[in-house]
Design a protein around this ligand. Structure first.
Ligand code: BES
Ligand code: MN
Ligand code: ZN
Length: 495
């Protein structure tokens, strides 16, 4: 789909569609009123009849509207006083879904002209593009026959005030970058675990390094042994599939600027290991590399926008399998940091690969480190599928991440990291254990990581509830690529 920015009267060619909003009081938006004037009151008549009452997300497609060349799509906006971020995005999504059901090849979208709280044209355009882009996403790569539900819609013009063209252009660029970053993250998440292996993630990173001039380093089993990444290797040792430790360095900012490091959990399949998981829904553990996918998706978005920031992406990646060589519950291993860990449950493997990665990124002297992980089922119990769990050892960084999440409509909720919880990780035999029991499982997992993140400002995002959907719409969501991209855009503007 191609997007452009336009100003002026709502109109399209004969095979197009003008999209305009109607509020719940049946009040026509500016663009709808303009169409109505050209049609000598035809739209107000339709609305008065009750066929479009303005309920949020309702749509009504009209043909042969007097004075209009193409079709007209009316979209319900709900109550005018309640038209905020979510309502705006829902209205755009409903409009694009309705457009996909028509044969229209081009559309002139006027929802971008509506006031949405204090959001400017840049925000409205970025979100319209991202919502439309996401709705056109299909994962058909593994189907033997192509599906022919491809929408006819090719071109979408977004209407904004002429004075706002510059901001709108920036919004368009960001919206596209987020769309492409999210699509990459979703593709990697949706690929089956026999295809999306640690080596496949490394190949994907290589592709990015070529396309956006990033420095790539890929470590294999022996390299990790030499370095002393034994907690990572303890997870990998049960698997025949070779593990990879991937780093990508993007230098878009001033040479002396400390980088932001993004660390993504890359378990390409989590059986639980010897502490094996029950069979039901185990296929969903192919999504256990969604943190890694989010790092790659965000780097793609940053590269595409040529963001003036320095970035490091670090991805520890392996499968977690049972077997004759696999780690046993009770094994004690020494991490790259020198701290020893008693592995009481081999299913708490995410923290074991992340802790070595957190120590490894110290070498980049990062300004901030954010790790992204489908870390705990407990986080799903705490926050469901709405908010990502946020943990941080620095107040300002926590606020910065939360604000970016609000702006990106990819929200997080702060969770505690208090010392009091550290007690649950006590071990009689090693420095500490890798599990902290049932209470506050998401918090004790974060507390485990905190012991490896003492040397820098650090935030941890537990995306177990937000990285994918189950059921009929099973699939990766691409979260939190929108949040992370916004975080970097904000940082880029700060320097
Ligand atoms: N990848 C899982 C977390 C997970 C589980 C995400 C279900 C989404 C849905 C992680 O490796 C794991 O197995 N965590 C355990 C930790 C426990 C053994 C302390 C969990 O959450 O049960
Ligand atoms: Mn696990
Ligand atoms: Zn896992």
């Amino acid at each position: 789909m191609e997007f452009s920015i336009k100003s002026g009267v709502p109109q399209t060619g004969a095979n197009g569609c003008v999209v305009a909003g109607v509020f719940e009081t049946r009040r026509l938006s500016g663009a709808a009123a303009a169409l109505d004037r050209a049609a000598r009151g035809y739209l107000s008549k339709v609305v008065r009849r009750g066929d479009m009452q303005g309920k949020l997300g309702a749509t009504l497609l009209l043909h042969d509207v007097p004075g209009a060349t193409g079709r007209v799509l009316l979209v319900g906006l709900g109550r005018e006083g309640e038209f905020h971020d979510k309502q705006y995005r829902d209205a755009v999504a409903a409009a694009v879904a309705a457009l996909h059901r028509t044969g229209a090849e081009e559309a002139s979208l006027h929802l971008t002209e509506l006031p949405v709280g204090r959001r400017d044209a840049q925000w409205k355009v970025a979100h319209a593009v991202a919502v439309a882009g996401a709705s056109a996403y299909r994962f058909t790569r593994m189907k033997s026959k192509g599906e022919d539900d491809r929408p006819a819609l090719r071109r979408v013009a977004l209407a904004v005030d002429r004075a706002a063209h510059k901001g709108a252009a920036a919004g368009l660029e960001q919206g596209l970058a987020v769309t492409h970053g999210v699509a990459l993250a979703r593709d990697l998440g949706n690929l089956p675990p026999n295809v999306c292996t640690p080596s496949h993630l490394a190949d994907e990173a290589r592709e990015l390094s070529r396309r956006y001039r990033m420095k790539l380093t890929v470590l294999g089993r022996e390299d990790m042994e030499r370095l002393g990444m034994r907690t990572l290797l303890s997870v990998a040792q049960g698997s025949a599939e070779p593990p990879r430790f991937i780093t990508l360095e993007y230098r878009g900012g001033p040479a002396n600027q400390k980088p932001v490091a993004l660390v993504g959990k890359g378990i390409t399949f989590d059986t639980g290991g010897i502490s094996i998981k029950p069979a039901a829904d185990m296929d969903e553990m192919k999504f256990d590399m969604c943190g890694a996918a989010a790092v790659l998706g965000t780097l793609k978005a940053a590269g595409e926008m040529r963001l003036p920031v320095n970035l490091v992406g670090a991805i520890p990646s392996t499968e977690n399998m049972p077997g004759g060589r696999a780690t046993r519950p009770g094994d004690i291993v020494k991490s790259l940091s020198g701290q020893t860990v008693e592995i009481l449950n081999t299913d708490a493997e995410g923290r074991l690969i992340l802790c070595d990665a957190l120590t490894y990124v110290e070498r980049f002297r990062p300004a901030a480190v954010i790790d992204i992980a489908t870390l705990t089922g407990a986080c799903v119990i705490a926050l469901g599928h709405v908010a990502t769990g946020l943990f941080a050892n620095d107040e300002a960084l926590a606020r910065e991440v939360a604000v970016a999440g609000e702006e990106a409509c990819d929200r997080v909720w702060r969770m505690p990291l208090w010392e009091d919880y550290q007690e649950q990780l006590k071990s009689n035999f090693a420095d500490f254990a890798n599990i902290g029991g049932r209470p506050a499982g998401a918090v004790t997992a974060a507390c485990f990581l905190a012991r490896f993140a003492r040397k820098y400002k650090w935030a941890h995002l537990d995306i177990a509830g937000t990285a994918w959907k189950s059921g009929k719409e099973k699939g990766a969501t691409g979260r939190p690529v929108p949040l992370l991209t916004q975080f970097l855009v904000n940082r880029a503007g700060r320097t």
